[in-house]
Design a protein around this ligand. Structure first.
Ligand SMILES: Nc1ncnc2c1ncn2[C@@H]1O[C@H](COP(=O)(O)OP(=O)(O)OP(=O)(O)O)[C@@H](O)[C@H]1O
Length: 584
């Protein structure tokens, strides 16, 4: 089978176009071609095909019997497979996702939250955000959520998203308690890993506050678990529909979604439609990360259309929380957290992350070559992280997995934690510098050419969601050999569980993985291997996402030219969502 070129329409796109051509043999070939390209645009993560000002083509499409041209808010004719809006040609289904999402977001944002006087909350606010030592953006975000039903909190790693959300939830609970209500809260994230991480960070933050003497009843009212969005919405095995939606809204009063940059257009649409009337939605994420793999860049579009709120000079809670009178049709609010609180004396990533995010290659290279950023290591021109001088350092954390005692459950827990220590990230999946080849070479280095496919200490990652197994895309397993042969251990919602390798859903080796796959995860040490030559998957967002997966140390293997080129490319997605939200 020949490899799929990622710049040519797929068989599926051509088949879609051919179906139209067969039904109307005298249709202009340019219309048929545009249909194939609109279908292919979805596969590339766009919501539509951008006609880029091709007036002749637009006019031709406008008169085609396959192309609907509804008003912005109207449902498109179901008999027409394509929709033309301005310069965007959509597959009907995606245009409807976008329209429904915009509708849903406007609906949530326009609701008014009836709250009593919030002045009794002022002492708690002062305690959690002391006016002489507060991060003004964090405090503003937490205060706004008291009266505003749709809030985006965006920021890079370590800017305090979890810190802010913990406090925001405590206020919301205190507010509800003061009014004699209980608050039903849901925490969710697009992947199981991200949900675990969110729940764990929140538990740590709450424990901190509890031991500092904060009211235990308040602390106890916060959720200790987070679920995947699929689980929250009630996925039905083998069906695209969820249990919850417009007809059966979620029972929660307040829903917080972490890693929202990874949520694609169809899923965000379904989530928003399932938010009950009068309920609040808080989206957390880093808008500079890679957009979702599927059609989207939804978080960035919502952030662009929302009202960006800056801290007020007045520090009183009542002022900070006051309803904002905005002339805009879309009432969603966004607070962009600014300051990084991670300790630079341990791992000084922030200056590099900023340069990468801004596409400033000169500064990024100067920082990398200067060697002054603590625990940031630049292996310039290294094309092979397994080459002799880097190999031992790369393999060390994984060698330790080979000595884990398979009969001691506590050791297995520790080993799964150890497994999160280091990861090699790649831009590509295939080819000599792709995740598959590098992973195979790492496995050989650890266990030899004649290795057991499930050797003791091998890491695997699940590649699909399997509700039957309770295993989800991205879940990480550790292979251990016991008396009865190899088993693969996973931490599941039901606790630590062993699986026989033959019983696992689709999975792959996980010492090396693509940056896309690593989204939503963090590792103590990240090795990033950029390809020898520029590849289409490279972008500023890809490099930013990769380096911000690291908590304690970064090793970057790249050449100047490829890094420069990567930082000059933006992973932009075609989407009409922002305009749709804004337009009156
Ligand atoms: N205003 C603040 N003052 C002092 N320390 C803070 C403040 N906000 C956050 N921190 C600390 O900075 C660290 C990172 O904060 P937090 O985990 O909330 O960030 P985050 O944006 O959720 O990070 P990520 O999602 O990337 O893990 C934590 O140790 C937290 O205690």
């Amino acid at each position: 089978m020949s490899a799929q070129r990622d710049d040519l329409p797929r068989v599926f796109d051509l088949a879609f176009a051919q179906t139209l051509a067969r039904r109307e043999p005298d249709a202009d070939p340019r219309v048929i071609d545009a249909a194939a390209r609109a279908s292919f645009a979805i596969a590339q993560g766009h919501a539509a095909l951008d006609l880029e000002g091709d007036d002749a083509l637009r006019n031709m499409l406008a008169t085609s019997r396959w192309v609907a041209r509804p008003d912005a808010d109207a449902v498109a004719d179901p008999a027409m497979p394509l929709v033309l809006e301005g310069d965007l040609l959509y597959l009907r289904r995606y245009r409807e996702y976008e329209r429904r999402l915009a509708d849903g977001l406007r609906r949530i944002a326009a609701a008014t939250i009836d709250v009593d006087d919030i002045t009794p909350l002022a002492p708690l606010f002062e305690r959690l955000f002391p006016s002489d030592a507060r991060d003004a953006h964090q405090a503003r975000a937490a205060a706004l959520a008291l009266r505003h039903p749709l809030l985006l909190v965006t920021g890079g790693p370590g800017t305090g998203k979890t810190t802010t959300i913990t406090r925001l939830l405590l206020f919301a609970v205190a507010q509800a308690h003061a009014e004699g209500r209980t608050l039903r809260i849901a925490l969710a994230a697009p992947t199981g890993r991200a949900a675990d991480r969110m729940a764990q960070s929140l538990r740590i933050a709450v424990d901190h506050l509890r031991s500092a003497g904060l009211d235990a009843a308040l602390c106890d009212a916060l959720p200790t678990d987070a679920s995947t969005l699929h689980r929250l919405l009630g996925a039905i095995p083998d069906r695209p529909r969820f249990r919850h939606g417009i007809d059966l809204p979620l029972p929660h009063d307040l829903i917080v979604v972490d890693e929202a940059s990874m949520v694609d257009l169809p899923l965000m649409c379904k989530l928003v439609e399932a938010v009950a009337a009068g309920a609040r939605l808080v989206l957390l994420g880093d808008r500079d990360q890679l957009p979702s793999v599927e059609a989207g860049d939804v978080l960035a579009a919502i952030a662009d259309a929302a009202v960006t709120v800056e801290p007020a000079s007045d520090t009183a809670l009542e002022t900070l929380a006051a309803p904002l009178a905005t002339p805009q049709r879309f009432k969603g609010l966004r607070v962009a957290l600014q300051r990084t609180y991670r300790q630079a004396d341990v791992f000084d990533l922030a200056p590099l992350a900023t340069a990468v995010r801004e596409g400033d290659a000169d500064t990024a290279l100067a920082l990398l070559r200067g060697g002054t950023l603590r625990n940031v290591h630049f292996h310039e021109d290294a094309v092979d992280p397994l080459a002799s001088q880097l190999r031992d350092e790369l393999l060390a954390p994984w060698r330790a997995l080979g000595t884990v005692d398979a009969d001691a459950p506590a050791a297995i827990e520790d080993a799964l934690a150890l497994a999160q220590r280091a990861r090699l990230l790649t831009a590509l999946r295939h080819g000599a510098q792709g995740a598959i080849a590098l992973n195979a070479r790492i496995e050989e280095a650890l266990a030899g050419a004649q290795r057991d496919p499930y050797f003791h200490g091998r890491l695997v990652a699940i590649m699909e969601n399997s509700y039957r197994h309770g295993l989800f895309n991205g879940d990480l397993g550790l292979c251990l050999r016991g008396e009865d042969g190899s088993v693969v251990w996973f931490r599941t919602a039901a606790g630590l569980r062993p699986f026989h390798p033959a019983a696992l859903p689709a999975h792959a080796g996980a010492f090396a993985m693509t940056v896309h796959k690593a989204q939503g995860s963090e590792f103590e040490t990240v090795w990033l291997q950029l390809p020898r030559q520029f590849a289409r998957t490279l972008s500023r967002e890809l490099v930013y996402t990769a380096i911000t997966r690291a908590r304690d140390a970064l090793h970057l293997c790249a050449s100047e030219s490829v890094l420069r080129e990567a930082l000059s490319v933006r992973a932009q997605r075609v989407s009409g969502l922002s305009r749709r939200l804004r337009d009156a």
